[in-house]
Design a protein around this ligand. Sequence first.
Ligand SMILES: *Cc1c(COP(=O)(O)O)cnc(C)c1O
Length: 368
Amino acid sequence: MKIPFLSFNETNKAVKQEILEAFESFFDKAWYILGDSVKQFEKEYADYNNVSNCIGVSNGLDALHLSLKALNIGAGDEVIVPSNTYIATLLAVSYVGANPVLVEPDISTYNIDPANIQKAITGRTKAIMPVHLYGQCCEMKEIMALAEKNNLFVIEDNAQSQGSAYGGKLTGTWGHINGTSFYPGKNLGALGDAGAITTNDKNLAHKIAVLRNYGSEKKYYNEVVGFNMRLDEIQAAFLSVKLKYLPEWTKQRQQIATWYNEALKNIFQIVLPSIAKEATHVYHLYVIRSERRDELQKYLQEHGIGTLIHYPVPPHLQKAYNHLGFKSGDFPIAEKIADTCLSLPIWPGMQNEDVNYVAEKIRKFYDR
Ligand SMILES: *Cc1c(COP(=O)(O)O)cnc(C)c1O
């Protein structure tokens, strides 16, 4: 038996006919940049999230970069980010010339711990960037309260958690401005690079729409130093097709997670995902932790099971961030997660027997 870490077979099969029709219609229209398909997807994605504005952009990293730019965050400013995030969160902060300030996550949810945020706030802090990691929404009520008290902006990195919520309110609707990614492997994936920004602030939405298109509202008249960070028409057309399936695909991910939880519950050597009281989880990733992670990963590989590590090196120990001057031991929770986490296969269409096969091999590994 072979269980890949990720398979597009089922989701691609479900949308194939509609994707081909969308392509044909796009091709016949012969309008490639910022046309009706982008407008339509922006409206649909805003409606899906119950947020008043969505601006399609080139990818998730650009979404975060533009968000910081629109808030005028720049040189000398500090932005709070989780110490166990994907590197993109930090890169966006670096691009605008601001300094990322790392804050440790909660070891049970892997999301930034609100209790640690207050201690990291200084006179230079401008914003908090919570990352809804692996598919679980951060403790947003607590984070928004801290932001309000300290007069800070909140920018959600919602690349991994489209459709998850805290206290019933969806990700991408809490922060002043929020970025998401439609990288193919994300819960809502394009057929290439794509991303979006969501916000309830009309002025910020307008600013973003101008910034992503050369800082120009009227063609060849440039108001600000902008970027080319547009969402392609073709990707928008594909995303409109796939968005209709997202609720069903999310349900399937949650079902698979329930199967894993059940099948793995008696293996005391591993730690299963844990969800904060008011949060929901859309299982972009199903992440377990094991003290013998590397051996376990190798054993599963030998038995045809693909796994990945999200992420093997925390940002403060990456070469790219040498200049921050951190060393091993500075962020012990992020380091512990990096050393022990293992993402098991999960994709819409995965069957209970696939899950049971993975669970059986994990059990065998520990019983040997
Ligand atoms: C994928 C991802 C991004 C970046 O998205 P791209 O579309 O690949 O640029 C940012 N943050 C997190 C947490 C991600 O998982």
